[in-house]
Design a protein around this ligand. Structure first.
Ligand code: 6GU
Length: 249
């Protein structure tokens, strides 16, 4: 999958995309990330990317010309069967796990990092397929959101996390513990590793007992309790068995 990121802060991406899974996926040729400096698509001496809003008001608006030029050039470089132009903005639709799964089927995502007070609406109207927001809070720009998008989508691609394409649904259930949507949105259970005793804090006995059935039941109980405590909103979508209801007490 190709990610083309249009930004006025190209340097921003040096760090976040050069580690761990995203970095490995690039090295292995599973994804290609290209960063485009919006200023390279300006024509004036001052490389102007923004201007004052018509009708007055605070702040600056990203001008249409450089964005049109950038997107048209990126689109002309290759003909890909499935691609989307995505604007990252707090005014967008919420980007959540189901959206990440959908976008992971694309061949190319062209990501526009919004800045300042906004982007000229004609860009949104004429070029953008989807406006996305990563949550209900305001960031100073779309750059962090673009990194979130790349990470969340990349980890779902075939071959990235040992998930081969043919068994993607099976591995989804195994890998996707943290927000197991197949299971109706239950948070992950708590994990422990060595030492068994850390400053008097002991690993729960059940995890050391070797009884697989008991371990599974305990994990389910803890996952349900964690969800009820931290994300009660998720439980309304979960399909709880009679046993689950008993575990929750
Ligand atoms: Cl995508 N951009 C900005 N600027 N703020 C946000 C966001 C995006 N998602 C949540 N807050």
């Amino acid at each position: 999958m190709d990610f083309d990121i249009i930004t006025i802060f190209p340097e921003f991406f040096n760090g976040p995309l050069s580690h761990g899974m995203v970095f490995q996926a690039q090295k292995r040729g599973l994804i290609d990330i290209r960063i485009h400096d919006l200023r390279d698509f300006t024509t004036d001496r001052h490389k102007t990317v923004d201007d004052r809003p018509f009708g007055g008001g605070a702040g600056m608006v990203l001008k249409p010309e450089p964005l049109f030029r950038a997107i048209r050039k990126i689109q002309a470089e290759r003909t890909l069967s499935s691609r989307k132009v995505i604007l990252l903005t707090p005014q967008g639709k919420r980007f959540e796990q189901p959206q990440a799964t959908q976008f992971s089927t694309l061949h190319q995502a062209i990501l526009i990092c919004g800045r300042y007070e906004g982007v000229d609406e004609r860009v949104t109207q004429c070029l953008v397929d989807e406006e996305l927001s990563i949550g209900d809070y305001v960031l100073s720009g779309g750059e962090l959101a673009a990194c979130v998008f790349v990470d969340a989508v990349t980890r779902l691609l075939p071959g990235v996390l040992n998930n081969s394409s043919s068994v993607i649904n099976e591995s989804f259930a195994v890998i996707e513990n943290a927000l197991n949507l197949a299971d109706g949105c239950i948070l992950d259970y708590p994990h422990y590793t060595r030492p068994e005793d850390f400053e008097g804090e002991r690993v729960p006995d059940v995890l050391l007992c070797g009884d697989h059935k008991r371990v599974e039941r305990w994990r389910r109980k803890k996952a349900l309790e964690k969800t009820l405590k931290n994300r009660p909103d998720l439980l309304q979508y979960a399909t709880l068995s009679e046993d689950d209801k008993q575990l929750l007490g």
